[in-house]
Design a protein around this ligand. Structure first.
Ligand SMILES: Cc1cc2nc3c(=O)[nH]c(=O)nc-3n(C[C@H](O)[C@H](O)[C@H](O)COP(=O)(O)OP(=O)(O)OC[C@H]3O[C@@H](n4cnc5c(N)ncnc54)[C@H](O)[C@@H]3O)c2cc1C
Length: 435
């Protein structure tokens, strides 16, 4: 029986282990928590979500939907558990994070072809087959070993997580329930919205700009933010209106108290099924905790908010994938080693699950096969293995990663629908050909 050693019981590692077990192999899954912690994980559970509880939109014919749809067709464990642990949040696939992690842990623990070893891996025996899925917070010793084996330097940049408040401490006589443009998963209004008028917005931006930050761990000029995850104070520094056109945009929202669109809005999304806590959407920041409490309580409706978690800044580790990997996520110089998840050079929960699934399947094949280029999963792996290695940036799934249509419809919606239809057909054909 083929035996694969997987480092990291996160999103990618759990999905990879499941795929190996499904394909008749044996997976040995190493997870260093709880003995060794990371700066972001809070529990010992496998597949813990470290920040938002959203797996992005389920709007049909969008790129994030397509990737999830392909994963469902490929028998993804994590997608099936996401469906079972879903909480209402407009068009987004949002999960109860505790239930999600608990169910995945239970499924992996009870699969007899998977053995879990709660230990840190610090060196790689090159005689064995490996999937490295140790995530953005890979332990230092393993990162050094990866640098040795790949011959390349580690790459770092800052990333950040958003604050969570206790639902009972939100003033709902000010914060109103609504989803943008009335779009909602089940007809209810899933978000709480804190409205700001112009003087309130200006005062908030001033306070944000003046607030004290946590001291940087590395020099500011070495600090690259992933553009989709910028801290709010960095956005505020880019211009007075940048927040109003970004995470604080009021589009599609009417305040029932005034009958008008607010000048700016802070959206709060339920964190769990009971809506006992709310996440400040897009409010990742790296202010000192005391400063966060003071500045964020200036937001109307949050004057007495209790913070269950503050925004934070963390390291991100990823390899220079285009210089190192094949489209099957295999290390070119050491074919026994595969990479998956954030460390393989993708960004995002679902992208991490997708590369976990791809690496798990590929590791069981001889020779490992890449997914068709027309599919979202195939395009993600193609990007990872063939983008420009000189200035590599991790990618979320977007339509521009997929090949262009030969005769594209002019209408964007039709174009996207056609790309999705082509992707699903290519995946179905690929699966039929390899039964
Ligand atoms: C602070 C932060 C916030 C983020 N927020 C979001 C977000 O809101 N939405 C989003 O889509 N993406 C987010 N990401 C990006 C990314 O999608 C997630 O980090 C995701 O969890 C990556 O999945 P993974 O499986 O690659 O890594 P992880 O889920 O982190 O799993 C890796 C596992 O490997 C273990 N490990 C590490 N080193 C070793 C070792 N040497 N031996 C054994 N085990 C080891 C870790 O303990 C961990 O459990 C965030 C990343 C960070 C760092």
């Amino acid at each position: 029986m083929r035996e694969i050693h997987i480092i990291g019981g996160g999103l990618a590692g759990c999905e990879a282990a499941w795929q190996i077990a499904r394909a008749g192999g044996r997976a040995i899954l190493y997870e260093m928590r709880p003995q060794r912690r990371t700066p972001a994980h809070k529990t010992a559970a496998l597949a813990e979500l470290v920040c938002s509880n959203s797996l992005k939109t389920e709007q049909e014919n969008s790129a994030p939907w397509l990737l999830k749809e392909e994963l469902r067709r490929l028998g993804s464990l994590l997608m099936s558990i996401a469906a079972r642990t879903r909480v209402p949040a407009g068009h987004a696939l949002t999960v109860d994070r505790e239930l999600f992690a608990a169910e995945i842990t239970r499924a992996i623990e009870s699969e007899r072809r998977i053995e879990i070893r709660r230990e840190e891996v610090t060196s790689l025996d090159l005689e064995r087959a490996w999937i490295i899925a140790s995530g953005p917070l890979t332990s230092d010793a393993l990162a050094a070993e990866i640098a040795r084996v790949t011959g390349s330097e580690r790459l770092f940049f800052y990333d950040s997580i958003s604050p969570i408040v206790d639902a009972e401490t939100i003033d709902t006589s000010i914060a109103f329930r609504a989803s943008r443009y009335g779009k909602s998963l089940d007809g209810s209004d899933d978000y709480l919205n804190c409205p700001l008028d112009k003087p309130q917005y200006d005062a908030f931006v001033d306070a944000l700009l003046a607030a004290q930050s946590v001291p940087a761990h590395i020099e500011q000029d070495q600090c690259q933010y992933f553009e989709a995850c910028l801290p709010i104070e960095e956005l505020a520094r880019r211009g007075r209106d940048t927040l109003r056109f970004g995470p604080m945009k009021p589009m599609g929202l009417i305040d029932p108290h005034t009958g008008r669109r607010p000048y700016a809005v802070v959206q709060l999304r339920a964190e769990n099924a009971r809506a006992g806590s709310y996440n400040l959407v897009g409010f990742q920041n790296h202010m000192r905790f005391g400063e966060q409490a003071r500045v964020l309580r200036m937001i109307p409706g949050l004057e007495r908010a209790e913070f269950l978690r503050y925004g934070q800044v963390h390291r991100n580790t990823y390899i220079n994938a285009p210089a190192l990997l094949t489209p099957a996520l295999q290390l070119r110089t050491a074919p026994n080693i595969f990479f998956a998840g954030q460390i393989s050079g993708v960004e995002g929960y679902v992208e991490s699950i997708a590369t976990g699934l791809a690496a798990g399947r590929a590791a069981m094949e001889d020779p490992p096969r890449a997914f068709p280029r027309e599919t979202a999963i195939g395009s993600l792996c193609a990007y990872v293995s063939s983008a420009d290695a000189r200035d590599y940036q991790p990618a979320n799934i977007t339509f521009d990663l997929l090949p262009k249509l030969e005769n594209p419809p002019r209408d964007k919606k039709q174009r996207h629908a056609e790309v999705c239809r082509r992707a699903v057909a290519a995946l179905d054909a690929f699966l039929c050909a390899h039964v």
